[in-house]
Design a protein around this ligand. Sequence first.
Ligand code: NAX
Length: 326
Amino acid sequence: MANPIRVAVTGAAGQIAYSILFRVASGQVFGQDRPVHLKMLEITPAMKALQGVAMELSDCAFPLLTKMDLTDSAEEAFDGINWVFMVGAKPRGPGMERADLILGNGPIFVGQGRALNRGASDVRAMVVGNPCNTNCLIAMSNSDIPKDRFSAMMRLDQNRSQSLLADKSGQPVSAVTNMAVWGNHSNNQYPDFENAKIGGKPAPQVINDQSWLQETFVKTVQNRGAEVIKARGASSAASAANAALDHVKSLIQPTPAGDWNSVAVCSDGQYGVDKGLIFGYPIQTKADGSYGVVEGLPMSPWAKAKFDAVHEELRKEREVVKHLLK
Ligand code: NAX
């Protein structure tokens, strides 16, 4: 058997982690031949609940789960890790502005960013805790590890988009490919139906209803999180965890030829985005494990306006947290 992969999960007693941990321990992400050592981080008051989660993990008798560490210290949690799911953050409360959420959660990612320096030489970090793009920017800025090891999650938005296009076109989800969601995981994100394909054909040609695509589709994807909260009384959890797993798999497995996935990564100026912003792009992972942004996708003037708006939103978020950036 290979050496165990060391995987940290922050916010490990929370609802998203409750789904991530069991699926990672069962081998669904890193493979059925790779043992897993879980390193679970929580805040001190949640350590008892975390013990309960660990008891349940133990009760599953997962053959691949070799070890569990439970801690309230980011330095301990990140020591020697290969991957981290950065989920832990406070959810947005009633009446809270986005800027308040950014200021509330941002400091968490300063300390955790520094603690990432304790990771293994190949450490990689993905951020789920909101506002995930800007939290990822803060962690990246406060750590010394290479920028291409950081990403934030747009995959729930991609999956929501694919499902909706499949439903509208009467085709299976697997027929919907090339789904880019540009920019920020916020209600200004732009799910790009213009470049999406259904059964290998351009989505607008298959659906042939521009006003549904521009209005209903885009708004439904943008507001889906809020709709789930209204219906369930709690924010997306199993679907968010599922997306986190898809996200990591799409970064460690080669992307099928001609397709792409949506991942927020550090911009190197592609599509005119400010260098250094964590921006949702179409990404392809190569056979050697490196990844790149798919360049040269066309955008109508209507789409470009959506793109510019979400770019501007991320610039403003960076401004709000500039005191937390190194
Ligand atoms: P929960 O409130 O169930 O769990 C969060 C956990 O994080 C709690 O157990 C809390 O004690 C812990 N925590 C807080 N501060 C911490 C710190 N400094 N170190 C370690 N742990 C800490 O929330 P949950 O539903 O699991 O959501 C977690 C985060 O994911 C939230 O910020 C949420 O907004 C975000 N989401 C992001 C999504 C995305 O697509 N990027 C979608 C789903 C979700 O809304």
